[in-house]
Design a binder for this molecule. Sequence first.
Ligand code: NAD
Length: 511
Amino acid sequence: MTAVPSPKPAEQLRQTLFKRRLKHFIGGEWQDSASGETFEVHTPTDNSLLTVAASGDARDIDRAAQAAWDAFPAWKALDGKARRKLLYKVAALIEERAEELALAESMDTGQAIRFMKSAAVRAAENFRFFADRAEAAQDGLSLPTAGFLNYTLRQPIGPVGIITPWNTPFMLSSWKIAPALASGCTVVHKPAEWSPVTATLLAEIMHEAGIPAGVINLVHGYGETAGKALTEHPHIKAIAFIGESSTGSLIQKQGADTLKRVHLELGGKNPVVVFADADLDRALDAAVFMLYSLNGQRCTSSSRLLVERSVHDDFVKKLAERVSNIKVGDPLDPATEVGPLIHPRQFEKVCSYFDIAKQDGATVAVGGERIGAVGNYVRPTLFTNARSDMRIAQEEIFGPVLTVIPFEDEADALRIANDVPYGLAGYLWTNDLTRAHRFAQGLDVGMIWVNSENVRHLPSPFGGMKASGIGRDGGDYSFDFYMETKNIAVNLDGHRAAKLGVEQPRSEKGN
Ligand code: NAD
């Protein structure tokens, strides 16, 4: 770890955040909680106080839901072109403030600055992508049938709740908010309590871009209070949620009484499967990147590495060298590859697996220890000689921790790959074309990359199977979630419906 003198913009931002305090943004105004309650926000580099945020409860959610409800008719009625223009403005302002956003995200979450700059740019891209489709989002199908002009159209479902997690929170919030607004929905956003900073900056940016009052609302607070109240509010028609699988299950239960439409993007324990015939150098680069970038806190991270036995030892030797060389340090240092983990609780959770791995009989080949006494730093870790039934191979650790499992043949690899409760993403490395297709079709996951790391394509469906979620995002899939499909059938031939309740002809009276 190298000590880095804080660059000036970071110092300034820290002072601004400290003075500013984070409020709710409801009906176009910055507001304190009805209760006056707040919670502290800390930076994971040393767990010192970064700022203080308003802590919302059901009363604040109610105000925000009412504001979203009141703003809905006008936002829905706004021409798609006008919505596009406003969302373009949001994207431009995000780009203008990309450096500040990246700094704020790094300070708040511990994510390395080298990745956060591109995350802010990607958020702008999300806004532009969905803005470009705002006008056509309402388009439906023409389904002509005998005597009828029969067509479908889509209309926004209403005010929606968006609940986001603490890993790359700015980019993930944009991924939900952009399509919701492009659809014509109004939004109440409840960001994670461990990372409320950039959500506040996003609300500020949207306000500055001219998004009308009440169209975007932000309520800070804990999941069990603010989050729960949002999922239960009758004005909120749908909940788009990103977070843990166990929370996803709670969201469904809480939303049941008001019949919420829910979209759940949940946890993962994603396999990367490396066959002996693959380009092993590229596979190594991708496996290291997909696990250790973003502090290993990426839902699509390749946290289980399955390697064919014949190349296993050599591959793992090279892997161990690479993992030992990963640079851990201050997230604001551009050279840092892995920063501190967001919160002492997440830090303790990740560290607990170091003992669990040993108890279960795996080898801690690299890392397996904390770094220093200050902040939430862990050594990038590699577990080898693991079996699929071990906890390190089954549970989402969500840190810079990779578990390697050898396999014998294709059938064995597929069995191990599918042997987890999750089914979000999978990565497959082979130069055997038929095997690639066969294996991909057998993998129980929502997204598969063959001979590649995760390269996002925004129109493609994003989402998981099994405990990894319900529903898909991306392109038109997002619009399907935020909109209702309506069918309209217009009679063209003037045919008469059968008459009931009129006097029947004599013959039918039985005369
Ligand atoms: P979490 O489930 O603890 O919290 C997520 C959000 O839900 C937070 O805003 C939290 O306040 C809120 N929440 C908690 N309890 C709630 C309740 N009862 N009602 C309503 N809201 C509630 O998740 P986290 O720890 O913040 O995030 C990490 C998890 O997110 C990991 O499991 C990761 O895999 C997952 N994730 C999934 C995807 C995906 O696309 N599948 C993407 C990113 C992260």
